[in-house]
Write a protein that binds this ligand. Structure first.
Ligand code: PEP
Length: 249
């Protein structure tokens, strides 16, 4: 991986439908090529197949929003990384704060999912981030370092192959964006932690996520340790997603 180009990943969450997805992707593809950024969309499991057909042979890659840490077996409702691989996924988001909060995902489970993804050649986008309560208690650094540390210990030398997304929980879907300085400060902490773990840290992509919009993307992406974004709400409108991709220039 190199940091020459930004990476902008849409997280569609539990939104979409066959017709709307096709229109959204058509709108994005109509604006390609994207000179300074690589684009990807992480879509709900049932749409991986149709999205993969529409995006095949384009510059936009796709992925999922979660995976099982298990290879296969009696895990009703779970989706394995092998299945994602068959669907052509390039990325899988793991440890999104919504999964940590609503599904009780622990730091270790998130790390195990990242390991399972890498074992099949899919790049995990590992999310870390503090709640408002934790930020106000001055715990931001210790929380994100603890979350990342589980992944570092579980992956060992392979840590250099992941993408990290710093997503302050208080900024997700709230319209409250971290200031570029707040975001950069945490990214620098994460980069330093990775530098202590791998010689490849300087080439790793660290994304910022949390109410990124066309009007704040450029300043966020211009920070020294911000290599792109994980985009929720604004990834559901072709015009906004394209504007964010172009803001990377
Ligand atoms: C997200 O869910 O990953 C996210 C960053 O959402 P939003 O852009 O809507 O804040």
């Amino acid at each position: 991986m190199s940091r020459d180009r930004k990476l902008v990943v849409g997280n569609w969450k539990m939104h979409g439908g066959l017709k709307g997805n096709a229109d959204l992707l058509q709108g994005i593809l109509a604006a390609a090529p994207f000179a300074a950024a690589d684009a990807a969309v992480c879509v709900p499991f049932p749409y991986l197949s149709s999205v993969g057909v529409q995006l095949a042979d384009t510059e936009v890659t796709w992925g999922a929003q979660d995976c099982s840490a298990h290879e296969q077996g009696a895990y009703t409702g779970e989706v394995s990384v092998g299945m994602l691989q068959e669907m052509g996924c390039r990325y899988v988001i793991v440890g999104h704060s919504e999964r940590r909060a609503y599904h009780g995902e622990t730091d270790q489970l998130v790390a195990d999912k990242a390991k399972a993804a890498l074992a099949k050649g899919i790049t995990p986008i590992v999310c870390v981030g503090e709640t408002l309560e934790q930020r106000e208690a001055g715990e931001t650094e210790s929380v994100v370092k603890r979350q990342l540390s589980a992944v570092i210990h579980t992956l060992g030398p392979c840590i250099g192959e992941i993408v990290v997304a710093y997503e302050p929980v208080w900024a997700i879907g709230t319209g409250k964006t971290a200031t570029p300085e707040q975001a950069q400060q945490v990214h620098a902490v994460l980069r330093a932690q990775l530098q202590a773990a791998t010689p490849r840290a300087d080439a790793m992509k660290l994304l910022y996520g949390g109410s990124v919009k066309p009007d704040n993307a450029a300043i966020l992406f211009s920070q020294a340790d911000i290599d792109g974004g994980l985009i929720g709400g604004a990834a559901l409108k072709a015009g906004d997603f394209v504007a964010i991709l172009k803001a990377a220039a």
